[in-house]
Structure formats: structure tokens, C-alpha cells
Write a protein that binds this ligand. Structure first.
Ligand SMILES: NC(=O)c1ccc[n+]([C@@H]2O[C@H](COP(=O)([O-])OP(=O)(O)OC[C@H]3O[C@@H](n4cnc5c(N)ncnc54)[C@H](OP(=O)(O)O)[C@@H]3O)[C@@H](O)[C@H]2O)c1
Length: 235
């Protein structure tokens, strides 16, 4: 399978790349800004699983059509089977303190980047026999769940991603592209530890990564346009 994952330098994205690379048939394209971390991940995939992943240094808040490396890699493949919008930005600030810049950065990362990347990848996804877009959202992005002070920009950007998922499933149904959204509860990553220093996350990054990989690959045919909460507690 041809698989693209954003936010691959740490946390859940990093563990998903490792999980998918256990299958040597998988061709993985791993995206994030930190090239050193991506290089280490590439080495690890090669040493542990003999899988030569492709890495792309890319700030997803910039237009994808301006990243030559990304365009070149995409030109080299005919189709994309799985695209996981995993990269995320969480700014923990009271609403009254959030600046316009904070809102823009959060929405650019969590919402507009998936918009632009899905648009860019649409033709490659259409070429797949079983394309699956998986958007990684949050419990905070779901109506009537517990909300947390300081997370208004983050949670509302994740809510927009949930809605986008439903809209795209409808628009893409004749292209044989399924689009689903997983809304995660607490996962033990740097993002969670920074946002909630006094809380213990309920699942490990490896565990959730394994689940998302399996969902993306094995359960695509059972879901389309769904938002699935993946949480045993909130946060
Ligand atoms: N951990 C949780 O409890 C939890 C709960 C609900 C939802 N989620 C969601 O799960 C996803 C993964 O988060 P995580 O917990 O694994 O966090 P993480 O360890 O902080 O990873 C975030 C990833 O996003 C990438 N990223 C951020 N901004 C980027 C940008 N502008 N361009 C490219 N890449 C960017 C980071 O890479 P670089 O810094 O190298 O660019 C990093 O690889 C996120 O969407 C998050 O909102 C997490």
C-alpha cells in the first residue's frame, strides 16, 4: 500500500510509521518539519524492518504546491491508498489571551492543511482501488463532550475537521474514496504532557498508533463519513 502520514516526527505519527513499516510491501511517505527526527525514523524503519520509507520536510501551514520535494515524491507514485492527517497543533491559552496569530496557526495546522493536502492528493487517491482518508481529531472537537479551559482554538479547529470529514465522504463517494475521522481521548505524547501536566493519559502512543493503522488498512470498507470517538476517559 502507498501510505502518507503527516506529523510523523513524534508521538502517534511516529509510532504509526513504525507500525506500517513492519510490512515491507508498504511504501510510506512520512511528513513533518523536523528533518533530524525524520532521518532517525527513516534509519529505524530500515534497520528494524528493512523498509525504505520516504521522508519529506514540510511545514503543512505553507501551501503544498510550493514544496518541490513533496511534488516530486507525489509524481513518482501513481496512487495513494491511505492518507492520515495526523499532524496537530495545540495552543493552551485562555480565550481572552489568544491572538489572531494563535487562531491562524491552529486552524492552518489542524484544518486548512488537511483541506489543501486532500485537494492535492485527490487524483492519486482516486487512482487507488481502496482509498481511505483518516483525519485525526479530538474528543474536544465533538459536540457535548467535556471541554477544557484554554483549548478553544484547538477544539474548534478539530470540530471543523470532523465536519469536513462528513462533507468529503459525501463528495468523494463516487470516487471510491472513504473519509473517516477518529476523535482521540488522552494519549501519552508530548502534546498531551505539555497540555495536561498533572494528568495521566489513558493510552500509550504505540497502542493508539496500532489501532489507527489497523482501522485505516482493515476497516475502510465498513466506515465512511464517520466520526468515531476513541476514548475510555476524557481527557
Ligand atoms: N495526545 C493526545 O492526547 C491527543 C488527543 C486527541 C487528539 N490528538 C491528536 O493526535 C495527533 C497527533 O498528536 P500527538 O499527540 O502525537 O502530538 P505530538 O507528539 O506533538 O506530534 C505532533 C506532530 O505534528 C507535527 N506538526 C505540528 N505542526 C506541524 C506543521 N506545521 N507542519 C508539519 N508537521 C507539524 C509535529 O512535527 P514537527 O514538529 O516535526 O513538524 C509532530 O510530528 C494530533 O492531531 C493531535 O491533535 C492527540
Amino acid at each position: 500500500m502507498n501510505i502518507i502520514i503527516t506529523g510523523a516526527s513524534s508521538g502517534i505519527g511516529y509510532d504509526m510509521v513504525l507500525e506500517f513499516s513492519k510490512n515491507k510491501e508498504n511504501q510510506i511517505i512520512a511528513i513533518s518539519r523536523d528533518i533530524n527526527k525524520l532521518n532517525n525514523l527513516k534509519k529505524k524503519c530500515n534497520i528494524e524492518y528493512n523498509n525504505q520509507i520516504k521522508i519529506i520536510q514540510y511545514d503543512i501551514t505553507t501551501p503544498p504546491t510550493e514544496n518541490r520535494e513533496l511534488l516530486d515524491v507525489l509524481e513518482s507514485i501513481d496512487f495513494v491508498d491511505i492518507f492520515i492527517n495526523n499532524a496537530g497543533k495545540l495552543i493552551n491559552k485562555k480565550f481572552v489571551d489568544l491572538t489572531q496569530e494563535d487562531w491562524i496557526t491552529t486552524f492552518n495546522t489542524n484544518f486548512f492543511a488537511p483541506v489543501h493536502l486532500i485537494k492535492l492528493l485527490h487524483s492519486k487517491l482516486k487512482n487507488s482501488k481502496s482509498a481511505h482518508i483518516v483525519n485525526v481529531s479530538s474528543m474536544g472537537g465533538i459536540e457535548r463532550t467535556q471541554k477544557f479551559s484554554g483549548l478553544s482554538s484547538y477544539s474548534s479547529s478539530k470540530a471543523a475537521l470532523v465536519n469536513l470529514t462528513e462533507c468529503l465522504a459525501e463528495e468523494f463517494k463516487h470516487d471510491n474514496i472513504h473519509c473517516n475521522c477518529l476523535s482521540l481521548g488522552s494519549v501519552d505524547t508530548q502534546m498531551f504532557r505539555t497540555a495536561f501536566p498533572s494528568f495521566q493519559a489513558s493510552v500509550s502512543s504505540k497502542e493508539i498508533a496500532k489501532f489507527i493503522c489497523s482501522f485505516s488498512q482493515d476497516y475502510r470498507n465498513l466506515f465512511n463519513g464517520k466520526m468515531i470517538p476513541i476514548a475510555i476517559s476524557t481527557p
